[in-house]
Design a protein around this ligand. Structure first.
Ligand SMILES: Nc1ncnc2c1ncn2[C@@H]1O[C@H](COP(=O)(O)OP(=O)(O)OP(=O)(O)O)[C@@H](O)[C@H]1O
Length: 494
């Protein structure tokens, strides 16, 4: 719930304004003077908007705004005044006030003013963040990360920014690993220098080497000219290797050499070239496990993993969800030329209750689709059809799990599926819950399909299947028999 700070030295007026904000679904906080307002703003950076009286005995409204500017307090301000002197209003607006009104204000006018101020603030923040991203000066302030679960991540970012040691960012798909890498670059010595991203999972294996290290003319058929690689492009700056676990083993050897020697060897080159690049890598699979199973070189793992940062999934930092939604609404409604002001309370409840396996990226896509779908000023639940479909299926599935004796295992990065499969899962697919007729499939049918999928994914290892599904092994075996899945399957390796 967005917090609104109401500042007025007249206690009756203060109570009235706070009550209007309260009825409109905001959480009012009150202050009776400028000093008190400033100390609240300094302590609580989560205040969404402030309604500020201009005439107060200690510091007046203009003084409060001036101090805010000096101290970098960016909470949007709506000015209220008892006398409508045009000059005062003009100078308040010049100081950056988002809006003003003359007391007594009608509740409708106040609510519109609050919503507009919030929307404008979200849009300005989105524009600032995009600008910072492009100029390589992205910082903590450009990312929505006020949830307690993100505090440690931000502390580690600040530490990592002070040095050039290799950083490994781990976390599920779409949690914002690239943004974290950008903060490390944008707050360190390399701010403003190149930030080059390579998605190692998206390049065909035969092209990885040339893409990373470049090639010389004639090195292979089609190499008609010298081509610089991503390492050379990132010279002086930062190279972000996303999905580093997907690199082919041969390329891993070359990467290790580049990190150890600070030298790269373009394909077809006769001698190595020196590069000065800070490498930040990211993975949505536990790299240590890949190293243990031989899919990733252990020496490279230790080289990359000098400073690990784990970014928690969105379901563990739901406090950030309203701000993220406001951020995406502001951005996409501006892009689509629509006037969307927010979500209905029911839609926000729906989004808050959902688990977001595809994390912030999935939320971003969901809001984007909702903006395209909507004709109203507020996004409603029906504007999120995939989330509605998945939530109802999930509720039933959860009820079934609750009835089984085994506690549900927490979802962990180790249980995250390899890249391609994750995409299948994170892609909202309501048709998995719908039959060809368009009717919802029976829960038993969905459960059978989920179990068959899990068995296939874990190569028939039943302990893992049970753990991944969050049910006990005996429950799993019972269900196998119930659904006729048992024959020829039992190959319990664990
Ligand atoms: N805290 C945040 N505030 C604003 N936008 C965010 C935040 N976190 C993520 N996003 C947005 O969500 C999308 C996914 O983020 P990002 O690409 O950084 O995730 P990722 O973890 O690197 O994903 P993947 O594992 O799939 O590579 C991006 O469009 C990003 O701008």
């Amino acid at each position: 719930m967005t917090r609104v700070l109401v500042v007025d030295d007249d206690p009756v007026q203060l109570r009235l304004t706070a009550e209007v904000a309260n009825r409109a679904g905001f959480k009012p906080i009150t202050a009776t003077g400028g000093e008190q307002a400033l100390s609240i703003l300094r302590e609580d950076r989560g205040v969404g908007v402030m309604i500020l009286d201009l005439v107060m005995p200690d510091i007046d409204g203009m003084g409060v705004m001036e101090t805010m500017r000096k101290e970098g307090l960016t909470t949007p301000v709506i000015i209220q005044t008892a006398n409508a002197s045009l000059e005062t209003v003009i100078s308040a607006m010049r100081q950056g006030a988002a809006d003003y009104f003359v007391k007594p204000v009608s509740p409708e006018r106040l609510v519109i003013s609050l919503r507009n101020a919030l929307k404008l603030d979200a849009l300005e923040a989105a524009i600032r963040s995009e600008r910072a991203r492009r100029s390589g000066t992205f910082t903590q302030a450009d990312m929505i990360a006020a949830a307690p679960a993100m505090a440690r991540v931000l502390t580690l970012c600040a530490k990592a920014a002070k040095s050039t040691i290799p950083v490994l960012i781990e976390g599920e798909t779409g949690v914002g690993k690239e943004l974290i890498a950008r903060i490390i670059q944008g707050t360190g010595e390399r701010a403003g220098k190149p930030f080059v991203t390579v998605n190692c999972g998206a390049i065909p294996p035969n092209l990885v080497e040339s893409l990373l290290f470049g090639h010389k003319k004639g090195a292979f058929t089609g190499a008609v000219a010298d081509q610089a690689g991503k390492f050379a492009e990132a010279h002086g700056g930062t190279l972000f290797l996303d999905e580093v676990g997907e690199l082919p083993l041969e390329t891993q050897v070359k990467l290790l050499r580049a990190l150890q020697e600070g030298e790269i060897e373009p394909v077809g080159a006769s001698r190595p070239e020196r590069v000065n690049v800070r490498v930040i890598s990211a993975t949505n699979r536990r790299l240590l496990n890949l190293a243990k199973s031989g899919e990733f070189r252990e020496d490279l793992f230790y080289r990359l993993n000098v400073f690990p940062i784990y970014v928690p999934p969105l379901r563990e930092r739901r406090e950030d969800l309203p701000a993220l939604v406001a951020h995406f609404i502001a951005r996409f409604s501006a892009e689509a030329g629509k006037r969307v002001l927010g979500t209905s309370p029911a839609a926000m409840d729906l989004l808050q209750a959902y688990d977001w396996p595809g994390n912030v990226r999935q939320l971003e896509n969901a809001v984007y689709r909702a903006i395209v779908l909507t004709d109203g000023a507020f996004l409603e639940s029906q504007d999120f059809p995939q989330i509605v479909a998945q939530s109802s299926g999930r509720e039933e599935a959860l009820r079934a799990v609750e009835q089984s004796p085994a506690p549900a295992a927490p979802i962990h990065i180790d249980a995250v599926l390899p890249r391609q499969r994750v995409e299948i899962i994170s892609e909202p697919a309501p048709d998995r819950f719908l039959a060809a007729s368009g009717e919802l499939r029976a829960l038993a049918e969905i459960e059978r399909a989920a179990i068959a999928f899990a068995i296939d994914h874990h190569g028939g290892r039943m302990s893992r299947v049970a753990r991944a599904l969050g049910i006990g092994r005996s429950t799993l075996y019972r269900k196998l028999h119930e659904y006729g899945l048992a024959e020829g399957l039992i190959n319990d390796a664990a």
